[in-house]
Design a protein around this ligand. Structure first.
Ligand SMILES: [Ca+2]
Ligand SMILES: [Ca+2]
Length: 309
């Protein structure tokens, strides 16, 4: 797709082609891991990237000897793209830089303002001719409208970028039950013989599979869970009840004490979430969904998630 260009503009092409960072090996990650930045490996040219100086006569895509493509910026040229990020969430941006000469290269993340200028949440500068892999860790703020990743050369600089990836920090799930990807209720089990449960088609949120619970009296599904001391967790779930004026609840007990408690009383699905912090020492922790105060109930639950914040 790209014509092979000569070494004229940059004399570093041969050096780059020999490096791991610019040989395309790094970009072999799974597509899903890479989806927040599109075409971060520049193998699709400038697609998805917006250049500050699109009419520049400079060829912005370079090709290494191995056929790998990368972004080239000179002077104060920049390239950015909008990315979809969640508020209050930790991310790691990784990228390769090479051939930075003249003035530092610069990478910025932040919201775009009304004049399409990026308001830096984090900005870092890099120097050095040798290819290097870098990462920037940052946490988004509450407002993440028009969040962008911007790559830049500055002043009299020139630089090459490749393999730009943005990943959300991996979360540590204690429970993650959507009943579509997992067809068991592990690690939960019925409290007693009153508790009947079924994973049913179309019983969940948005017509997905969901958990149908019914009981002749006070009962629950319950199970032991392993929580870390002094750690903040978020419990969230969607639930509804089929029996009017009854409820179903989800709760977390640590050392016999209720740390999280949510109740569903509506006949339509409601999503609730609850944040709690565990004590300094933990002897026991359990999770319950059901109704423990003495009534029969008929209820549906879906998307039960307990995750470290
Ligand atoms: Ca590439
Ligand atoms: Ca579901």
């Amino acid at each position: 797709m790209f014509k092979k260009i000569g070494i004229g503009v940059f004399s570093t092409a041969i050096v780059l082609s020999a490096s791991i960072g610019f040989s395309g090996i790094v970009s072999a990650d799974s597509p899903s891991a890479n989806k927040q930045v599109r075409n971060g490996d520049f193998e699709d040219g400038l697609n998805n990237w917006i250049l500050s100086n699109p009419n520049s006569s400079t060829e912005n895509i370079g090709t290494s000897e191995t056929g790998n493509h990368y972004l080239k910026l000179i002077h104060a040229d920049t390239a950015y793209q909008l990315v979809t990020v969640k508020p209050n969430t930790e991310y790691t941006l990784t990228f390769d830089i090479a051939g930075s000469i003249g003035s530092p290269s610069e990478v910025t993340v932040g919201n775009l303002n009304a004049t399409q200028e990026i308001v830096p949440l984090t900005k870092k500068q890099y120097t050095g001719f040798k290819p290097e892999h870098h990462e920037i860790k940052f946490k988004t703020e509450e407002d993440v409208s028009n969040f962008a990743v911007k790559l830049a050369s500055t002043a009299n600089g020139r630089v090459k970028f490749d393999n730009v990836q943005l990943k959300e920090k991996e979360k540590s799930y204690i429970l993650n039950m959507d009943f579509d990807h997992n067809s068991s209720i592990e690690p939960l089990k019925p409290w007693d013989g009153n508790m009947k449960y079924n994973i049913e088609e179309h019983a969940g949120v948005n017509n997905s599979k969901g958990l149908h619970l019914n009981s002749l009296g006070a009962s629950a599904l319950f199970g032991s869970i392993t929580l870390k001391p002094n750690t903040t967790y978020i419990l969230s779930a969607s639930g509804k009840v089929a029996t009017p004026s009854r409820y179903v609840g989800a709760l977390v007990l640590v050392n016999g004490r209720t740390l999280a408690d949510m109740v569903f009383t509506s006949s339509q699905y409601e999503q609730k979430s609850f944040e709690f912090t565990t004590p300094n020492s933990i002897n026991s922790s359990e999770f319950y969904i059901g109704e423990l105060s003495g009534f029969n109930f008929d209820a549906y639950l879906d998307d039960i998630v307990l995750v470290e914040k």
